[in-house]
Design a protein around this ligand. Sequence first.
Ligand code: ZN
Length: 317
Amino acid sequence: MTIWGENLTAVLCYHDLCKPRESGSWLKVDIDRFERQLVALKKIGTFVRPDALLEPSLLTRSRLNLLLTFDDGFINNLRLGLPVLKRHGVPALFFISTEYMESGEPFWFDRLIRPIEHYCLPGIDLRHLGLGEYSFSPVKGAKRWDDIQLLLEDVKKLDESQDGQLVDRILAVLLPDDHQANNFYEDDRPLNKDELMAMQRSGICCFGSHGHRHRILTKLGDDSLKEELQQSRSILEELLGEPVKHISYPNGNVDSRVVENCREAGYLFGYTIAPGRVSPENDHFRIPRVMVGGFDTTARVLINLARGLLRTGPQAE
Ligand SMILES: [Zn+2]
């Protein structure tokens, strides 16, 4: 028994990783910074496998239990992240959007972020598309990211964004006439099937669903919701040859209808983006996570983790 009580557990959520000093986005954590964070976290806790979550016999009782998760399934998780995870013997759970794994197409948000960053665009006027006029801070960093985020949030609000048509129309405005190269996404593209299997063979990578098309589940009709949940699970199970029990909700959006459908589709655990600690009393389909972003120092990660541990998270219904 510690001052926190027995089996104290928290889940951390990362997305992209990038080469040292290249982060200009909240989604991307500099790999050197990521390694420093792991070292600091190992001093205060023990990283566990996802199967240990909420299974008291598999958790350590004397230390904080930590589960490391990554959303979206980017190639940089393999190229940059896996060597670090191996070096420190840290297992992790990766949430994959299976249509992106199969098609290799970049996520809609990366299709917008990468050209804005590549061409250092100062702004864009999208009022003719029902959006706004956006200006981006000239200095790479948190302020510029916040500015870009305003555009992403507006796009996310429009249903069209989920089919990529609105993104296509924005790109027609964003990209200069002489735009040729389309290699923006080499470090940001989704993992493919072979890469996922290579990660599985490492013995420290586990996988869960992040939906088939990364759609916001609460916005889908019943049939599309079922398809989104079942398709991604069956594709991953066939590929990996093991049951897929975990799902992280794209954009964190979940409601009771989504939970019921996840349960019916065979999932056992659902992950949100709300901070909190994990306990046996938690609703298994509303597991809280502490988010880690590209502008978080190691000290900030530890503070956010401590704050998360003070919150109980949603209780089981
Ligand atoms: Zn996502």
